[in-house]
Design a protein around this ligand. Sequence first.
Ligand code: PEP
Ligand code: MG
Length: 589
Amino acid sequence: MLTKNGIPVSPGVVISRAVVLDAEDVAIPRRAVALDKLHAEHKRLDAAIEASKKDLDLLKKQAIATVGADLAKVFDAHLAMLKDVSTIEQVRQMIRDDMVTAEFAVFTVFHKIADVFEGQEDRYFRERVSDIRDLERRLLGHLIGETRANLDRLEHEAILVAHDLTPSQTAALDKTKIKGIATDAGGRTSHTAILAHALGIPAVVGLENITTLVNTGQLLVLDGNRGRVIIDPDAAELLQSREYGKKVANLESMLVEVTKLPARTTDGTDLEINANIEFPDEIEAALQKGAAGIGLYRTEFLFLSCNHEPTEEEQCKAYKQALRALRGKTLIIRTLDLGADKIWPAAMANPHVERNPFLGCRSIRLCLQNLPLFKTQLRAILRASVEGPLRIMFPLISNVMELRQARMILNDVMEDLDDQNIAYRPDIPVGIMIEVPSAALQANILAREVDFFSIGTNDLIQYTVAVDRSNERIANLYSGAHPAVLQLIRDVVRAAKRAKIDVSLCGEMAGEPEFVMALVGMGLRSLSMTPPAIPEVKKILRSVSIEKCRRLARKVSSFESDRQVLNYLREEVRKILPEGLVSGGMMGN
Ligand code: PEP
Ligand code: MG
């Protein structure tokens, strides 16, 4: 039995067998293979070699036709390597003697050969290194591709163990089969973590090397509340985990009663609790959890889940579907926030050359450089606006000119629609996300030009404290409790109030129990969060007065470090929530 601790990002305790998903470009974990399964590993290797030979034959034919026979010879070299008995025999020997998977043997043997070639004086040998790596990737592609395909054909429930998952991979998971997610990489507010929470799949990320410790088929306990994975649990641990899982589930079900009640403090102040969604079909569940409306619709997921650029019609249909599902409640549509960890190859000519993707051509910047893409989305949003109350929100605004440019394009699109006699709501409210420190510091100025602000703490934290939100190695430095972050939030709320515009907060902090009272104490009256967090937040708000929240916020502003802030806030929220009831937020740490 072995316990690994990571970052809890989606609550729930599950006990199930593991399915390990490999990633092509990370070290392949060493996994032992039982004696009676070795034959199958050799067969997998044979199949991968045959498939690779076919690829190479085809590539060679295509290359002869396009670049000529001379350059096509490179594929002969690859084919020769595949037919080289001694290389393949080394792989076979390793599978046999070390009893490991075919992919691990290919990975190890090819890396060893590449290292030897790299160390040679002769340039000819050094230049062969890229051929060896290319061939290794091809073989691994076939071997690992099989594992990926198996995931789609999964016949039983499982906990998915992976180095990392992209947001679109997570969105595509079969919820009836995948009961939990454990990844080496990732941080508290990486989009994969946010999605797992929204889908209600218990998840622990940032486990660093879980893929090297777990084999497909091994029994795991995944505890999404306390952020840990237990490999091969013994009987006593299994019993304890089952008991704890039941306790968590019971406490959660106790919260069902608050979903229908207003988010009203003990002194009668009403707060607005909205939901964040990625797809319109999440709305029904969000309303059932007690959402007053949708405070953030991440429209980029429509693009990420599509293998073509969604047309104006397709987009308009999705936005109208969302408004219909809301039956008169407000929908805040955020324009495309692609880039960084949300890679959509169609819009990014060269996504991998971004040296600092989170500081790169993402979000509104990408839209302003791809006007047809941006305008198509704005047309679709405006056309949908006749269906119900809708607001437009621009992400990642970092200066006034950017906002003015975006608004100008919106006006252009409105004029086009006027010319074509297409109906839309001309008075549609326009707001921005405040998620870059420069925007927070200029909130007074920006507030004069918009109808509302929504504070995006997921990005605001990473840019304020210079910590990549998805990097598990520095996850301890990523903290919404940092006094600098809290000061920015306070200032933005004040600027919005002075300008008499609406202000909300839609980062993950809004749904983390320990922050709720402090945020309300700072003046926020509207919060938007992942739907599963809503009942817990309502429960907290219904147990306190505004005055208590204000006192708490004042106290917090006197602290110098995030540790002091967190210790104090946790202590306070524990007085309200039953012991053990947490929603995958920081309280598990
Ligand atoms: C944020 O940055 O806080 C936010 C809500 O947007 P996203 O998580 O999609 O970047
Ligand atoms: Mg953001």
